[in-house]
Design a protein around this ligand. Sequence first.
Ligand code: SAM
Ligand code: DTB
Ligand code: SF4
Length: 331
Amino acid sequence: MQIRNTISNNGQAGTTVHGGRTDGWTREAVQALFELPFNDLLHRAQTVHRLHFDANAVQLSTLLSIKTGGCPEDCAYCPQSARYRTGVENEPLVPLETVLAAARAAKQNGATRFCMGAAWRGPKQRDLEQVAERVRAVKALGLETCATLGLLREGQAEELKAAGLDYYNHNLDTAPEFYGEIITTRTYRDRLDTLARVRRAGIKVCCGGIVGMGESRAQRAGLIAGLASLAPQPESVPINDLVRVEGTPLEGAPKLDWSEFVRTIACARITMPRSTVRLSAGRAEMPEAVQALCFLAGANSIFYGDKLLTTGNPEAARDRALLEKLGIRPA
Ligand code: SAM
Ligand code: DTB
Ligand code: SF4
């Protein structure tokens, strides 16, 4: 009964309120959302979406891997871990001018945010200075800046903030009890600590996860509940459908049914009504109709550009055509 009350309340869970934001989503309440009939779930998600956003606008973020491969961590999904033979080589930091050229091209193509990713456990001091230089330069082009560099130590987030970093991406990745089957070299707690440092430094939080790693529906609900319970909730929530890369331990993970992916997006939208929900990795293999359902379920951002970090993404021109077909304005 409690769950019914919670989910019939237009997506606003009712237990704890911080600064006007609700964050009391239990895993059980999220699981009850997952179990709604598909049409009911989408209707609810779209209703919540329209309370807080223009339903016909989608934000465009372009990714660039500024430091590829050779990562010491063991994330089972990741082609950049040095532990797996995936064909991704360990490369040096991309020079400032190359980053700037990519950022200019992204802006020219209509992206509003430029996200720089590095395959590090976390940045060393020298790394951080070099990233700060790149953040300053990208920001000066008039783009929003985002970085994903791994775990941050005390003081590092402040340095990034001072350089003009708008967002820091650091994902919870999955439910706490499934986490240990995916990553052993950093804990869920480590991730929460980095997120707290980002928040304290006044940088906006981009935090999401991956589905399709062999987790159960209850664990997908656990991921969403974990994200929704962050206080304040993340400004940006990337939902990735696992890109199964040959050579990684998850290369043979069973593909998640499209309807379950759309449900995950809808649950993120309902539980994090004011967050931007990004339809992230996995679009290269996703039919346009499924992407359209994700927008209907409340996704209002995509990674835009021909490449994610090391894997493919739909061509920018195709994405522009898709948005045009749906009457969606790039934002
Ligand atoms: N090394 C940093 C870290 O892990 O914190 C930043 C880069 S890492 C590649 C950023 C995120 O990309 C991961 O947390 C994960 O959610 C996502 N990701 C990596 N490989 C993926 C894959 N094969 N499919 C879907 N998402 C993936
Ligand atoms: C996020 O959640 N997804 C992006 C971004 N944050 C950095 C990364 C997706 C990576 C997919 C695999 C690859 O291209 O290497
Ligand atoms: Fe390294 Fe990040 Fe890949 Fe994990 S997800 S192996 S930390 S690059």
